[in-house]
Design a protein around this ligand. Structure first.
Ligand code: SAM
Ligand code: SF4
Length: 336
């Protein structure tokens, strides 16, 4: 496509699904090493193989031009990337964008919550898998629970439109904390989502034996709390329930027990500039060579994004029983 050619204002895939949401991983690095997300000795990418923040911005601008209205900045841990705030501020200024959101492990929020809010971040997801400091350290291998809890308080003080905890339950590890995590969310007036563990990347534990289905988690929560099925649809894979007489919603992101692909509205961009059309499939287009070959002209980038819609797969194919991971790349690389 030549510069100046008008673009369609929406991205629609071959199955008629409209893509209006991107998740961009701005780093594969992290200050934690969660057991379900990374192996103990992760090797991180050399700097020149990772998108610069300017390249990240070019990609976001191109998608916004094509009708994307929601951007999630993720990682790795996005807030450990040097100068990440600059990117948040630049994206926050884009007209056409309705929502800038981020997912973080919370470790940097004491210092960064206010500035992120000021940059235009509307909603924030904070991962929290345990309220027990010893177990928290076991799961994250290096994380400090107290720092994350102080980060959650800082986010509350910054008054984001919404704060949601993200929890991955693992059998025999933290599944005994299901109810206490819900109680914590209620006490804090925030939401919580339970994410089923996905077979992304080779990790050091056996995913099949640690897997906890969200069907089981929902039933456990219903033994203690009255849940009202919520019509809320964030355009994402989560199904929400309101906890009666509270401000807390509980989401269930269930790639195994509930296939959410039919309403998929998103694509992901890895920190290497790979445009992944599905979290659970390998279909992708490498944007980095296009960005670097045409530093001052986005038409090749726009053409690539438009044509990627033809290869967005119908759905993922997660199967925990398979010996090899469904997808060899880690969530920290693609961006959760
Ligand atoms: N570091 C940030 C964090 O932990 O929130 C953002 C990146 S992290 C990859 C995004 C989300 O993916 C986190 O909520 C994490 O719990 C989740 N996650 C990572 N690996 C996963 C896996 N294999 N299955 C399910 N969720 C996973
Ligand atoms: Fe880091 Fe987030 Fe992965 Fe944990 S889940 S290792 S905090 S990227």
């Amino acid at each position: 496509m030549q510069s100046g050619t008008p673009f369609p204002h929406t991205l629609t895939d071959q199955f008629g699904r409209q893509v209006d949401y991107i998740r961009l991983s701005i780093t594969d690095r992290c200050d934690f090493r969660c057991t379900y997300c990374m192996s103990e000795n992760m090797e991180f990418l050399p700097r020149d193989k990772v998108l610069s923040l300017e390249e990240c911005l070019r990609i976001v601008k191109a998608f916004v031009k094509l009708g994307v209205s929601k951007v999630r900045i993720t990682g790795g841990e996005p807030l450990v990337r040097k100068n990440a705030l600059w990117l948040f501020e630049e994206i926050g200024k884009l007209s056409g964008l309705k929502e800038l959101v981020t997912t973080t492990n919370g470790s940097q929020l004491v210092q960064q919550a206010q500035t992120l809010k000021a940059a235009g971040v509307k909603r924030i997801n904070i991962s929290l898998d345990s309220l027990n400091p010893t177990k928290f350290k076991e799961i994250t291998r290096v994380g400090d629970l107290d720092k994350v809890l102080r980060g959650i308080s800082a986010a509350q003080k910054a008054k984001f439109d919404n704060i949601k905890l993200n929890t991955v339950l693992m059998r025999g590890i933290n599944d005994d904390e299901t109810l206490s995590l819900v109680e914590f969310a209620i006490a804090q007036n925030i939401d919580i989502s339970f994410i089923e563990e996905m077979p992304l990347g080779e990790v050091d534990h056996h995913r099949e034996s640690s897997f906890v289905s969200n069907i089981e988690t929902l039933a456990k929560i219903q033994t203690k709390f009255e849940l009202i099925s919520s019509e809320i649809n964030t355009g994402g894979p989560a199904r929400y329930w309101q906890v009666k007489n509270t401000n807390t919603k509980i989401g269930f992101i269930s790639p195994h027990s509930h296939n959410f692909c039919e309403a998929c509205n998103r694509v992901r961009i890895s920190c290497k500039g790979e445009l992944y059309l599905c979290l659970g499939q390998e279909d992708k287009i490498d944007l980095m060579p296009l960005l670097r070959a045409h530093p001052d002209d986005d038409s090749a980038l726009i053409t690539a994004i438009l044509s990627s819609m033809q290869i967005k797969p119908k759905g993922h194919d997660f199967d925990l029983k398979r010996a090899a991971p469904a997808v060899v790349r880690f969530m920290s690389h693609t961006g959760g």
